[in-house]
Write a protein that binds this ligand. Sequence first.
Ligand SMILES: Cc1cc2nc3c(=O)[nH]c(=O)nc-3n(C[C@H](O)[C@H](O)[C@H](O)COP(=O)(O)OP(=O)(O)OC[C@H]3O[C@@H](n4cnc5c(N)ncnc54)[C@H](O)[C@@H]3O)c2cc1C
Length: 306
Amino acid sequence: MDVTVIAESSENGLHPVTAQLVGAAVAIGGAPTVLCAGGWGVEDAVSISGVAKVISVVGDCFGSFDGGAWAEALSSASGGDVIIAAATPAGREIAATIAAIRGIPIVQDVTGLAPGISVTRPIYSGKAIESSTVGTPCAITVRANAFDAAGEDGSAEVSTVNQSADVAVAVREAIAKASERLDVAEADIIISGGRGMGDPANFSHLEEIADIIGAAVGASRAAVDTWDEIPHGMQVGQTGKTVTPSLYIAVGISGAIQHLAGMRTSKYIVAINKDPDAPIFGVADYGIVATWEDALPALKAELGKL
Ligand SMILES: Cc1cc2nc3c(=O)[nH]c(=O)nc-3n(C[C@H](O)[C@H](O)[C@H](O)COP(=O)(O)OP(=O)(O)OC[C@H]3O[C@@H](n4cnc5c(N)ncnc54)[C@H](O)[C@@H]3O)c2cc1C
């Protein structure tokens, strides 16, 4: 199986999700070729276990992001029966454009893969899981944290391809992230607060725990809509970010269907809510019926001992 992975990389280097994409490639039996747009992240990509080859794709079009131009350049640089990219905004656009250029099918937002090629993915805002098989050639985007990351003992060969394409979209300004904290879309552990936190200042209790366990801090839409201090970038759910962390801790969140749509595929869900009938307990693996004022200090003290 000839698999091409499009690395998630930027001037800041290789994003860790790339090792998960390689894990996904290995799940369908491929030793992938990894394409690094703009040559970013090559040094780290070569050491990902299981990678057969790394191609550094350089060219004028990589000066700023234009999904169409990047897709054209990357598509010309390598073949592949299966193209795998991350289900990020950039990854989705590039993979979809490559699929259009090549006239092949694309399956977005995949959370499970097996040889064949069998794919599973959440549909209808996560209310159902679709299983299907897709023929080759095809393109697939993979949700962050859905696959285990490949190891770091690889030593792939590297080649460079100078391949540019016509740029149709010019980025005039890139606005920095509202927070320096880990983004919920990338985190393996998330602790989220809802309207039940009572006041935006109380999110500092979530941040303290996040700092202990290396988590990102998320929020429900009610929290984002109610308090200016809680930015939309933190929102998890149907109209926020879709996340699949190993652990999702929901604090003072009722568990409305639109919130569940963004986090119900988390591997483990812990809910802290004072209402025993809160719907969040319907999806939680572990539930604590208590106020956050009681539960968070105890949780923090125990985590601090680890
Ligand atoms: C089109 C559409 C899109 C939407 N998209 C999203 C989305 O992307 N994400 C999203 O989250 N919502 C979304 N919503 C909103 C959603 O329907 C809910 O209104 C929202 O999720 C509720 O947020 P919440 O659980 O924080 O607040 P509430 O529903 O007010 O729940 C607060 C919870 O906190 C508990 N609580 C109160 N005090 C405490 C305490 N001291 N300790 C512990 N628990 C306490 C309460 O028991 C309650 O369960 C959307 C709605 C629509 C119509």
